[in-house]
Ligand binder design. Sequence first.
Ligand code: 4AD
Length: 439
Amino acid sequence: MTRTLINETPKLIGQTIKLAGWVHVRRDHGKIIFIDLRDRSGIVQMVVIPGDQETYEAAKTVRSEFVIEVEGLVKERPASAVKQGSATGTVEIEVKKLTVLGKVAGELPVDISKEDMDLNLDTLLNNRTLTLRHVKIKAIFQIYGEVLRSFSEIVRRDGFQEIKSPKILNSATEGGANFFKIKYFEQEAYLAQSPQFYKQAGVGAFERVFEIGSVFRAEPHFTTRHVNEYIGLDAEMGFIQSFEDVMNELEEVMMHMFASIEKRCGDELALYGATVPKVKVIPRMRLTQALEILEREYGKKIEGVDIDPEGERLICEWAAKEYGSELVFLTHYPVSIRPFYTMPSADGEFTESFDLLFRGLEIATGGQRIHDYDQLVESIKRHNLKPEDFEHYLDIFKYGMPPHGGWGLGSERIVQQTLGLQSIKEAVLFPRDVKRLTP
Ligand code: 4AD
C-alpha cells in the first residue's frame, strides 16, 4: 500500500489507507487511545481500540513526536465532533495496524502540540530543531518559501538571469565597519556584505540579473531587525533611463509577491491574523521631504542627514494615512551616506537612490550606479578609499557598461513585517546573532 497524505483523507471515507507522520499528541480514554497524527499536509485524529494485540501494545508506547506508520479505515466523524476550522476534522482514522518508525530519546524540552507555544525568543531558538515543527512556526517558513518563489518568478518573467556570486571576497563590498574578516590560507579575506560588484559584472554580460543569496553583516548590536547572516533578494538591470525604472520594477516585484502570498498562503496568514498590503502604486518622496514631514507633523527633529528607525515608523504611519499605502519609497539620499558606487544627482549633493519602507521598516535599498570608469575612480577617492583595492571591480567599467541600477531586498524583513513578528530572528530558520552560532 502506498502512503496517503492526511489532507487527502476526507475524500477517502470507507477506504483502508496507509498514513505516516509524527504523533502530535496522544490521549487515553479508558481503553481507547486517541492519537493526533501530523504530516506535512495536516493533522488528523486516529483511534486505536483493543484488537490487534501488537498494534495496541505499540500504540501504548508512543508519545509526542514518535514517528509512526499506520494502516487504518477512514471514517466520517459525527457532526457534533467535527472540529471547527480543521480541514481534516470531518474524518477520523480507525487504526488497524501501527508501526513505530522513530522513537523520541528522553523528554521533549518544549511542548509543541499547544496552539501557542508562548516561549521567549531564546527558548524558541535554542530548541529550534523541535520548535520548527510547530504549525505556527512552519507557517512562517511556508510564507518565506512563497517570498522566494514569487520573487524569482516575477524577475524571470521580466528577463532577469539568475546568478550566484562568491561569498568570500578580497575586499569589503559595502565598506563601513560591519564586515567579517576571515583568514583565507595565507591572506585575509572578507565575507560578502552584498553581491553588489558581481551583479554589476552580471549586467555587463546579461543586462538583467538577480541573485538570492547569503549576505554577511558584522552588526555588533542586538536589534529586532538585524541578523548577522541573511538572505538578500538582489537584482540589477541595465539600460535604465533613470532610477525611477528600478523603483518601477521593484514595485512590480512587491505587487506580485504580496498577491502570491495572499493567493497561496491564506491559511498561514490567518494563523497570525495577518493581511498583505494591497500594492498598486507605492508613493515616492524625497528624503528631505520626509524629514520636513516628521518635523511638521510629529515635532520630530532629526539630527544629521539620515532618517532613524523611529522616523521610518512615523513616515510609514503618515503614508498610510495620506496615501493609503503600507509601503513608501524615500529617494535622493545625500552622497555622504551612500556607498561610493551610487550615482550622484545633478546637484552633486544628493544621489539617484532610494530606500523602500514597509510597515515602518526599511526592507530594500537601491538606486542607479555610476557606470563611467573615470567618475567611479573619482568617487572611490572621494569616499577615502583606494582605487587599487577595487582593481577587478573597476575592470568591469573599462569594458563598456550601460546606465544601470538595482536593489538589495531583505527577504526576512518582508516576512517579519507581513506577519507582524516581534523579531526578524523568528523569520530565520537558524538565525545568527552576536551571541548565537548554534543550533
Ligand atoms: O541597505 P543595504 O545594506 O544595501 C545593500 O546591500 C546594497 N548593495 C543594495 C543595493 O543594491 N543598492 O541592504 C539591503 C537590504 C536592507 O534594506 C535590508 O532589508 C536588508 O538588506 N538588510 C538586513 N537584513 C537583516 N539583517 C541585516 N543585518 C541586514 N542588513 C541589511
